[in-house]
Ligand binder design. Structure first.
Ligand SMILES: [Zn+2]
Length: 290
């Protein structure tokens, strides 16, 4: 069966990116899987520490594995933003395909030292697991923020990226290239969009020579995303856009059927709302025609 490493190599070769979508329940998981199935493209399901606490680390691992096996489909599972080695170990033992071991809040040298230790520990549990490290500041919280975070001071340099990758042994790097987690209201309405430092992405790619992840993809200008993928981004994270669609779909479903109490008659509209967003982002990441 195809591994996440295989899919990343294929994406790099074809000049496309794999979509990474966070899920917290079955509505989101079904929507993401349906979108990927429709386009027949590999997809990564992500669960943050909070999402894992809600859905269950071992439970989501079994769900995603069951989809992969039953449909013989390249759907993978990532432990998103894991801040402690204990939680990373739990995810590795549960059979996750990858872990974002995120110590980016620490000073650079300390981040480097602890990430290296983490890679060694986690690869002992599963030598095939992919570990993603993170440097720079891209903010926290995939939600609606009051104001735009100034990310200009925490950008990743190509020199740092190269040193970090070589010293830690990480498989994937998440750099700070103008991206940020969450969206502001004007991004939800589409009045404003995030823009990326495309030149920096290209420099980091040629220095680091590993797959690159773009976090906080929600609300990013589509043309910037296309160019970022061409410059070397191999994975794009989308969370807030799905959460907005989840809420809107749910509200609409409840409003349309005020007396309905059967979950499987209410929730399909929420699934459809999320599926459309995932489908449109996957279409873009995979260079497909709309
Ligand atoms: Zn992220």
């Amino acid at each position: 069966m195809q591994t996440l490493r295989d899919s990343l190599e294929e994406a790099q070769k074809n000049g496309v990116a794999i979509g990474h979508f966070n899920v917290a329940d079955l509505v989101l998981l079904k929507a993401v899987f349906a979108a990927a199935q429709e386009l027949k493209v590999a997809v990564v399901v992500g669960v943050s520490e909070g999402e894992r606490e809600f859905i269950g680390t071992r439970q989501i691992a079994v769900l995603v594995r069951s989809l992969r096996e039953e449909f013989d489909f390249p759907i993978f599972l990532n432990a998103d933003h894991t801040h402690s080695l204990d939680k990373a170990v739990d995810a590795a033992k549960a059979g996750f395909d990858s872990i974002v071991f995120d110590l980016s809040a620490l000073p650079f040298e300390e981040n480097l030292r602890q990430t290296k230790e983490g890679v060694e520990t986690l690869k002992k549990i599963n030598p095939a697991i992919l570990i993603e490290g993170e440097i720079g500041d891209i903010g926290t919280g995939s939600e609606i923020h009051e104001r735009v975070l100034d990310v200009s001071k925490g950008l990743t340099s190509a020199t740092e990226a190269k040193r970090f990758v070589e010293a830690t042994g990480i498989d994937i790097l998440a750099p700070a290239v103008g991206n940020m987690h969450g969206m502001v209201k004007s991004m939800v309405t589409g009045e404003t969009r995030k823009h990326l430092d495309l030149e920096r992405i290209a420099q980091i790619k040629s220095a680091a020579r590993v797959p690159l992840t773009l976090h906080g993809g929600s609300g990013t200008d589509s043309e910037d995303l296309r160019k970022a993928i061409a410059a070397g981004i191999n994975l794009v994270h989308i969370n807030t856009e799905l959460r907005v669609a989840w809420r809107r779909g749910l509200e609409e479903a409840l409003a349309r059927q005020p007396d309905q109490v059967i979950p499987y008659k209410v929730l399909p509209l929420a699934i459809e709302s999320v599926r459309q967003v995932a489908l449109s982002r996957l279409t873009l990441f995979n260079n497909r025609r709309v």
